[in-house]
Design a protein around this ligand. Structure first.
Ligand code: IPD
Ligand code: CA
Ligand code: CA
Length: 266
C-alpha cells in the first residue's frame, strides 16, 4: 500500500493534528482545576474517569464526524460506530486519566486512524509538555515538527523500556515481565499513560513498550508513530468485535525487537 492508494489521508492527518490540539486545550483547562473534578471509577478503584474524558471525546467525535461522516469512530468512552469509508478513527480522549486526576502531567490525547486494518495516522498530544507527536503512513513521524528516526544501537540493556499493567492481568504476570526484563539487563518505567509511552518509543526516549492487555484506543496512534520512526509493533487485531477487545501491546525500536518479543511471547 502506498499513500496514493489511500486518497484523503493527508487531509485526515491535518485534521487529526488540529483536533488533538483543540482537545488538549479543553483537557488542560480541566487539569488546571483537577481538584474540583468528580472522579468516578469503572472496572476497579484504579480505573478512573471524569467529565473531562467524556467532554473531550464528545468534541473529537463531533469534529471527525462533521468532516468525514462515513468514517467509523471508536472511542474509549462512547464505543464503536462503524463507518463505510474503510477508515476508522480510534481515539482515547485522555490516556493517563489516573495521572490526570491526581495532578501529574503524564497524560495525552491520542487520535489514531485505521485504513482497513492498517494504522495510517497517529497523533498524540501531551498538553502539559506542549508536545505534538504526529505521524502518517509513509510520511514519517515528527515531534513538534522535528523528524523522528530511531537509533538501532539502542537496546533494552543500554536504554529504558516502558511497561504497563491493569487489573485485566494477574500480579504474577506483571511480576514475571519485570523479572524477565531485569534478568535480561534492562530496566523499566511506567508513567501511567501507555499511549504517551508509545510516543516516547517513537521519539527514542524509551527503547520499547510492553503491556499484556490494552485496547485499540490505547495503541493505534502510538503504533503508527513507532512504525513511521523506523520501529516495529505487534499488530492489534481489528477484525469484527476484536477491535473493541483487549490484546497484548508491544512496540520496539529496532535494537529491542527480539528481546521484547521474547519477553512478551509474541
Ligand atoms: C490506561 C493507561 C495506563 C495503562 C492502562 C490503560 P486510561 O489508559 O494507558 O498506562 O496501563 O492499561 O487503560 O485509562 O488512562 O485511558
Ligand atoms: Ca487509555
Ligand atoms: Ca482514556
Amino acid at each position: 500500500m502506498t499513500t496514493h492508494v489511500v486518497p484523503g489521508l493527508e487531509a485526515r492527518f491535518a485534521l487529526a493534528s488540529a483536533v488533538a490540539r483543540e482537545a488538549g486545550a479543553i483537557a488542560l483547562d480541566y487539569f488546571k482545576r483537577h481538584e474540583t473534578l468528580v472522579v468516578e471509577t469503572k472496572r476497579d478503584p484504579q480505573d478512573v474517569v471524569s467529565i473531562a474524558d467524556r467532554e473531550v471525546e464528545t468534541m473529537i467525535r463531533a469534529r471527525l464526524h462533521e468532516a468525514y461522516p462515513t468514517d467509523g469512530i471508536l472511542g474509549e468512552e462512547y464505543g464503536l460506530e462503524r463507518g463505510t469509508s474503510g477508515f476508522t478513527w480510534v481515539i482515547d480522549p485522555i490516556d493517563g486519566t489516573s495521572p490526570f486526576v491526581n495532578g501529574m502531567p503524564n497524560w495525552c490525547i491520542s487520535i489514531g486512524l485505521l485504513h482497513n486494518s492498517t494504522p495510517v495516522v497517529g497523533v498524540i498530544f501531551a498538553p502539559c509538555h506542549d508536545e505534538l507527536y504526529a505521524g502518517a503512513f509513509e510520511m514519517g513521524a515528527t515531534l513538534n515538527g522535528k523528524n523522528l528516526v530511531l537509533d538501532p544501537a539502542r537496546t533494552i540493556v543500554n536504554a529504558v523500556t516502558g511497561i504497563g499493567a491493569n487489573s485485566h492481568v494477574t500480579p504474577a504476570v506483571v511480576a514475571k515481565i519485570v523479572e524477565d526484563l531485569l534478568s535480561a539487563g534492562g530496566n523499566f518505567i511506567r508513567n501511567g499513560s501507555g499511549a504517551l509511552m508509545l510516543a516516547y518509543v517513537a521519539a527514542g526516549r524509551l527503547v520499547g513498550y510492553y503491556e499484556p492487555y490494552m485496547h485499540a484506543w490505547d495503541c493505534i496512534a502510538g503504533y503508527c508513530l513507532v512504525k513511521e520512526a523506523g520501529g516495529w509493533f505487534h499488530p492489534f487485531p481489528t477484525e469484527g468485535e476484536r477491535l473493541t477487545k483487549g490484546s497484548p501491546v508491544v512496540a520496539a525500536s529496532p535494537g529491542a525487537i527480539d528481546d521484547l518479543r521474547r519477553i512478551a511471547g509474541v
